[in-house]
Ligand binder design. Structure first.
Ligand code: CP
Ligand code: NVA
Length: 299
């Protein structure tokens, strides 16, 4: 069992709990842990589209002996004016755990405030902690642990990047970040990472960030909901594409949470090369979330 009731960002876990969830995920993945969540139901609220999050949570609950219900914006009264607070209280009377993918992080916090069951963040504009669990599991598998591994974040400093910064700090993974001006990691997140003794090095250029990297991570430049910013963001991110030219002279592996936009933040060649850990990352969403659900719900 975890001390936290809700999993709204990666730092809701203590550092020892983060390692425990990763250990549990690895055990679930290998079949060594066959804990069941028999007859338990996950309610999945989505304000934005999803492939990995939706399918991995739903499949994970099925594999654990439970059930998941997809609740899209048009499917329930939330999309027609029923308040978050009411939705959360009512959901809590039916399901055993809620996962929500929302635009505003404050809305997720409000759901958690009113929920009588655990609430899990399936992505907000500020954080994507389930992705971070899968990312750390993937790095641990690829490099045999975190000690001595040098990671680089190249690109937008929003949800995926921010949870990754915190996760690296908690796991003791060295990280360098390169983000365009005005699209950096939030100062509060950097300060919080420093409290774990893991403030990332901020590089001036993508080249500087990847020079000594064992693994380079990027995410889309135009996140869901930012479509109107496309023109200005494409201009701001010029030179930040993860491609063979950037990685020339390094053996770095490459990570991406997916979906990828080939030709924008990552080149087709790199994504299709042996450098890419992206398919393992995607698979590990399933195992990491099963580990998390079992740690959250198993008594
Ligand atoms: N990485 C991720 O969260 O993917 P989806 O948007 O497909 O869920
Ligand atoms: N930063 C991306 C992540 C998608 C998983 C977005 O918010 O759209």
């Amino acid at each position: 069992m975890l001390e936290t009731t809700h999993f709204l960002d990666i730092d809701d876990l203590r550092t020892d709990e983060l390692h425990a969830v990763l250990d549990r995920a690895a055990a679930v993945k290998s079949g060594a842990d066959d804990t069941r969540l028999e007859d338990q139901t996950l309610g999945m609220l989505f304000e934005k589209p999803s492939t990995r999050t939706r399918i991995s949570f739903e499949t994970g609950m099925t594999q654990l002996g439970g059930h998941a219900i997809f609740l899209g914006p048009e499917d329930i009264q939330l999309g027609h004016g029923e308040p978050l607070s009411d939705t959360s209280r009512v959901l809590s009377r039916y399901v055993d755990v809620v996962m929500a993918r929302l635009f505003e992080h404050a809305d997720l916090v409000e759901i958690a405030e009113y929920a009588e069951v655990p609430v899990v963040n399936g992505l907000t504009n500020d954080a994507h902690p389930c992705q971070t669990l899968a990312d750390l599991l993937t790095i641990r598998e690829a490099f045999g642990g975190f000690d001595g591994v040098q990671a680089a974040w190249v690109g937008d400093g929003n949800n995926v990047g921010q949870s990754f910064v915190l996760g690296c700090a908690m796991a003791g993974l060295d990280l360098t970040v390169a983000t365009p001006e005005d699209y950096g990691i939030d100062d509060d997140v950097l300060a919080h990472a420093a409290e774990y003794g893991g403030e990332p090095t901020v590089a001036d250029t993508p080249e500087e960030a990847v020079a000594d990297a064992d693994v380079v991570y990027t995410d889309v430049w135009i996140s869901m909901g930012q479509e109107s910013q496309r023109h200005e963001k494409l201009a701001a991110f010029e030179g930040y594409q993860v491609n063979e030219s950037l990685l020339d002279g390094t053996d770095a592996k490459v990570m991406h949470c997916l979906p990828a936009h080939r030709g924008e933040e990552i080149s087709h060649d790199v994504l299709e090369s042996d450098r890419a850990l992206v398919w393992d990352q995607a698979e590990n969403r399933l195992h990491a979330q099963k580990g998390l659900l079992v740690e959250l719900l198993d008594e």
